[in-house]
Design a protein around this ligand. Structure first.
Ligand code: ADP
Ligand code: MG
Length: 322
């Protein structure tokens, strides 16, 4: 590498993101020292993005920086936690300065928006891979879990799932569409919006929560399984964006909404007795979430349409067998 490892860290990653008073020691020592607020517990997540696996080879570096942090912000959002500190383990084929500066800018913008400080990391050379560890906190014993739901709880999802899945297919050139709508869908894949504020508010309402990264039906099924129950999703209630419907058509839009990944929305359950309070205090039209189904005693995850069960292939979104 032309740029020394020290210069690279100094130039692009020291002071990246927000400045926080609770960072006693950040980038520069052997480890970071961080102060959790009194009465909270640490909440930690880590995720790796591999070139050609989690993002297309040649993907815009700002998007890679954004997504590497966003996927972790989404995990903390699903716990109802407040994100605070990130560590970045970066493996690079070369110290390409234009790539690095765009990557760092993409990550820093999202970090600042959520008041996250980059407090350490590791830099190595090899095939491109980005790992972010995100640390945050939640009031003691108050974090949301996947396992807190029970039969009868009402199920909701934020946003319009499926958009990112279509955006990826567009990015890969496996689908062609022009114009504003296609640009919007691409943007949903490249720059997902982790629902951090919603997650924190949901601590007061939700019985269980998960972020949608592997497809709505699969992730709702994981929440249900962890809660010891099953889930029924109403096909007609699955929200789909106008952009998605006009790009791929209605049936394919719903199929993507149920099975495509990379949305980073929140799927959560609420006890029936708390639904009224949820709708009043977090108006769905302002917070952007939709009621899609219910947890039930019978195990499994099913999509119901006109009273009939639709069957799915979980292997991918290319098979949607009725
Ligand atoms: P060590 O050899 O003790 O692991 P390094 O020389 O790898 O230390 O790193 C020096 C400092 O720079 C440490 O504080 C480390 O956390 C930080 N650092 C290294 N790489 C990155 C990175 N990609 N982003 C942010 N901080 C980094
Ligand atoms: Mg090191």
């Amino acid at each position: 590498m032309s740029l020394s490892e020290f210069d690279l860290i100094d130039r692009y990653f020291r002071g990246c993101g927000a400045r926080r008073a609770d960072v006693r020691v950040g980038v520069g020592d052997d480890a970071a020292i961080l102060e959790c607020p009194a009465g909270t517990e640490l909440v930690a997540a880590v995720d790796t993005l591999v070139d050609g696996v989690h993002f297309p080879h040649g993907c815009a570096p700002a998007s890679v920086g954004h997504r590497a942090l966003a996927v972790n912000l989404s995990d903390l959002a699903a716990m109802g936690a407040c994100p605070a500190w990130a560590l970045l383990a970066l493996t690079l084929p070369a110290a390409d300065e234009s790539w690095l500066s765009e990557f760092a800018a993409g990550m820093a913008a999202l970090a600042r928006a959520h008041e996250v400080a980059l407090v350490g990391g590791d830099t190595t050379s090899g095939p491109l891979s980005v790992t972010v560890q995100l640390l945050g906190y939640a009031p003691r014993a108050a974090a949301l879990l996947r396992s807190g739901g029970r039969a009868g709880d009402v199920l909701f999802v934020s946003g319009t799932p499926g958009d990112a899945g279509a955006g990826l297919v567009l990015e890969q050139g496996r689908l062609t569409a022009a114009g504003e709508r296609a640009a919007y869908l691409r943007e949903r894949f490249l720059y997902p919006t982790p629902r951090v504020a919603l997650g924190e508010c949901l601590r007061r309402f939700a019985s269980a929560c998960i972020d949608v990264s592997d497809g709505l039906l699969a992730d709702a099924g994981k929440l249900a399984r962890a809660s010891g129950c099953g889930v029924e999703v109403a096909y007609e209630h699955v929200p789909v964006s106008e952009a998605l419907v006009s790009t791929v058509g209605e049936p394919r839009a719903r199929e993507l909404a149920l099975t495509a990944g990379d949305d980073y929305e929140l799927c959560f359950s609420v006890q029936p007795a708390h639904v009224g309070r949820l709708l009043a205090e977090l108006p769905p039209q302002r917070w952007g979430y939709t009621r899609i189904g219910v947890l039930r005693a019978a195990l499994g995850a099913e999509v119901i349409r006109d009273g009939a069960v639709m069957s799915f292939s979980h292997s991918g979104y290319d098979h949607f067998v009725r």
